[in-house]
Design a protein around this ligand. Structure first.
Ligand SMILES: [Zn+2]
Length: 338
């Protein structure tokens, strides 16, 4: 086996060693690239029961946006420490599950590319077509040498399959779950995107998404996230979360809720103060100054904690009566789809 050769993977493996028996770690798949064999790890913590809520976090789908992986590693670092003394946190884990895939696209992170080793943009790789005004960046099959290449028709990449496998096995089987996929690079504001990415049609969980936003807005009135359906900004082909969500809705035997969210960290803000970083490979997607990176690594912990608590105590956003459902749906339609 080839030794670990990039920082994020080394850090992940050190964390896995520290977690030891307190987590269930798997190598979901291995990716062969040049002389290397890169593992895709999943880490599962907490209850193995099927009826507990689940929070999942995914990073490094786009390798160039490795800050997503680093934020998850930073959160895992905190969890490793909490497990030593915080009984309240241990209690939470007994009635819930945490699932992490910190580095979905190890070859992309290793090379500093958006795509995987085959030149495929994993977030354009699902068998799902965008509806409406799609552009080149929506995903195409022109050439793997252009960004946003979807891959060959009918063929899902190993990394995409690994992500789907873990989400279907540990997340979608729960009565209530949220998946948070961390990206960077779009605009100057941090955005929290919910489905759909492939269509401007409201997704079935719109009332619950609005109720959760309302709860977040009232608990943290000074938060800095723009919360919206991803299709508000652009429509894409092959979105893995739309694919997983639709799959979940087709079976969904428990009449449960699964809310896939994308955290798109507004990295252009980091550039505004150091515009010359634009000319470095990671400049548009990664904070290059240490103090700025530190700030990003802790910036979203309030959000993570809010989502986790909303899963443990979901009454306000998942158990809506007829009147509340109608009200949240109408407000959502007005806010996002007018
Ligand atoms: Zn991305």
């Amino acid at each position: 086996m080839v030794k670990t050769i990039f920082a994020e993977l080394a850090q992940l493996e050190a964390l896995i060693a520290q977690l030891g028996e307190r987590a269930r770690t798997e190598v979901v798949r291995r990716i062969q690239y040049q002389q290397h064999s890169f593992p895709i790890y999943s880490i599962v913590m907490g209850s193995a029961r099927e009826d507990v809520p689940v929070l999942a976090m995914v990073g490094g789908v786009h390798g160039l946006e490795k800050i997503g992986s680093e934020v998850i590693l930073s959160y895992l670092q905190t969890i490793v420490q909490l497990l030593d003394w915080d009984e309240e946190f241990a209690g939470r884990l007994e009635r819930s599950r945490l699932v992490f895939i910190p580095v979905v696209n190890p070859v992309g992170v290793f090379r500093g590319t958006r795509s995987n080793g085959n030149g495929v943009d994993l977030m354009r790789n699902a068998p799902i077509e965008g509806k409406g005004n799609t552009k080149l960046y929506s995903g195409h099959r022109v050439s793997s040498r252009l960004p946003w290449y979807r891959g060959a028709m009918g063929q899902m990449e190993v990394e995409a399959l690994a992500l789907c496998q873990v989400v279907q096995k540990y997340v979608c089987n729960a009565p209530l779950s949220i998946a948070l996929d961390l990206h960077s690079g779009f605009g100057i504001q941090d955005r929290l995107w919910f489905p759909y990415a492939s269509s401007k049609v409201p997704f079935p969980g719109i009332a619950e998404a609005h109720a959760l936003k309302h709860s977040f807005d009232t608990c943290y009135p000074n938060h800095f996230y723009k919360i919206e359906p991803m299709s508000h900004e652009y429509v894409i082909n092959g979105d893995l979360w739309d694919y997983l969500y639709d799959g979940f809705m087709q079976s969904n035997p428990r009449q449960g809720h699964f809310l896939p969210l994308t955290l798109e960290m507004g990295s252009w803000l980091w550039l505004r103060k150091s515009p010359l970083h634009l000319f470095q490979r990671h400049g548009l997607f990664h904070p290059l100054l240490p103090h700025r990176q530190q700030r990003i690594l802790r910036r979203h912990f309030t959000l993570f904690d809010f989502l986790y608590r909303s899963l443990l105590y979901p009454k306000k956003w998942t158990q809506l009566d007829e009147m509340e459902l109608t009200r949240h749906k109408q407000q959502a339609l007005r806010l996002w789809y007018a």
